[in-house]
Ligand binder design. Structure first.
Ligand SMILES: Cc1ncc(COP(=O)(O)O)c(C=O)c1O
Ligand SMILES: [Zn+2]
Length: 415
């Protein structure tokens, strides 16, 4: 990839910094610290950013472009323009769960129906600025959809790698946008390892969540910015977020911290809770055991989008949840299925298994006294149920099949 960057290619970003030892690295396609192999993260000099400037921006993530590693002319290059999704007051679900003041941040309405459009839009900008030839990813499904669509719109070659046992709708949702969907015989962790190898061997490939991961990950901050802005420039008391690699959760925390530092919201305590499926729960297991190390697992759950057995940001999820006084919890596949139907029948939102995990965990957090039901709470719905239909196709269906006559309707005793 090109080493010559145009001025302002990464906006207010100044450098990459190691999360572990603080070593500074120039902005570029780097993701591991040269000193200690720790993950690199984007550092900034924001100067001043005002609410008015943000509010005057477009109704998508670029309203926060001053807080992202993107150039100030980002809106001029074709991208999927994700973000500014609905924050819904969820009174019916709140009543069911016993939570007085509950909101759902509904990210299933993004261009490819998951929050991944946010991170991919930032990765696409980095790939462009670095002169990448190929836009690629290893994915548990949603990321592949978002990369394939964003690449199509930007006119850049895409190659997306998925585990071969992925849900059919997620495969079709990628293949429709790209001629290069590659199914790999293995689980996500195997696919990720292969992607790292290719990134090391092939020149000019931007793997969104591997060699441009620091830029990609920053896109999840926009969930935190939007929630605060949509609450009237205020942080919620509690927030529940699903965890796969753990990137999203740590970036929502980073966003809240930045908003406080910039004086855009009042400094107040908030608690962050992580949600995992029991069949892939390395982070909740470590949280409950009170240890700092994450022991990798072999995933076995219907929540395939969360099925990362060796989560890159797992230890930072533990940090965020412990520091803020939250926790990490898990639920069974049956609880996930029930929660999908509960959200649908209370709020008219059809979520995928990741959202079922989040709603299910929220219920459990209330029941076990970990979440305070009197405090303002936000849960994030990160993806759309149409992509994981199989998960609940035995759960819901027609209650009767009748002939087209009023007699038959009456005989069926439906009402
Ligand atoms: C729908 C959905 N929600 C949540 C996540 C978790 O994201 P992260 O890897 O940032 O923890 C994913 C990741 O693939 C996802 O697809
Ligand atoms: Zn380091």
């Amino acid at each position: 990839m090109s080493n010559v960057l145009r001025p302002g290619a990464f906006g207010n970003a100044t450098n990459l910094a190691c999360r572990e030892c603080g070593t500074s690295v120039p902005l570029g396609p780097f993701y591991a610290c040269p000193e200690c192999f720790g993950p690199l993260e984007v550092a900034y000099d924001f100067g001043s950013v005002t609410r008015e400037e943000i509010e005057a921006g477009p109704r998508n993530i670029w309203r926060y472009k001053a807080l992202l590693p993107v150039p100030s002319d980002i809106e001029d290059s074709p991208n999927t323009e994700p973000g500014f999704t609905r924050l819904l007051k969820a009174n019916n679900l709140g009543r069911e769960l016993g939570i007085e003041n509950l909101w759902v941040k509904d990210d299933s309405t993004n261009p490819t129906n998951s929050f991944k459009d946010r991170v991919v839009a930032c990765a696409l900008s980095a790939a462009r600025e670095l002169g990448s030839k190929v836009f690629a990813c290893p994915s548990t499904g949603n990321l592949a959809n978002a990369v394939a669509a964003a690449g199509a719109r930007a006119g850049i070659k895409t190659v997306v790698f998925i585990p071969s046992n992925l849900e059919k709708p997620k495969q079709v949702n990628s293949a429709v946008f790209t001629d290069s969907l590659v199914a790999v015989n293995g689980n996500y962790d195997d696919v990720n390892k292969l992607a790292s190898e290719i990134a090391g061997e092939e020149d000019g490939w931007a793997f969104v969540n591997v060699n441009v991961r620091p830029f990609y990950a920053e896109g999840s901050k926009t969930l935190g910015y939007e929630i605060a802005e949509q609450l009237g420039w205020r942080l919620p008391d509690q927030i529940v977020i699903p965890v796969a690699s753990g990137s999203q959760l740590t970036k929502v925390d980073k966003a809240f911290q930045e908003l406080i530092k910039l004086g855009l919201v009042e400094d107040k305590p908030y608690k962050i809770f992580g949600a995992q499926a029991l069949g892939c729960s390395p982070v909740s297991t470590a949280f409950k055991a009170g240890v700092d190390a994450i022991r990798p697992v072999k995933p076995d759950t219907i929540a395939k989008s969360l099925a990362i057995g060796n989560p890159a940001d797992g230890i930072y999820v533990l940090d965020s949840c412990r520091r803020t006084g939250g926790s990490v919890e898990d639920v069974t596949d049956d609880e996930i299925r029930e929660a999908i139907v509960l959200l649908a029948r209370t709020e008219g939102i059809f979520t995928e298994t990741a959202g079922g995990t989040t709603v299910g965990v929220t219920k459990k957090l209330v029941e076990t006294g970990q979440l305070d039901p009197t405090l303002e709470t936000v849960i994030i719905n990160t993806g759309h149920g149409l992509k994981t239909l199989d998960a609940i196709s035995d759960q819901v269906g027609a209650i009767a099949t009748i002939d087209p006559s009023y007699d038959a309707f009456q005989a069926a005793g439906i009402i």
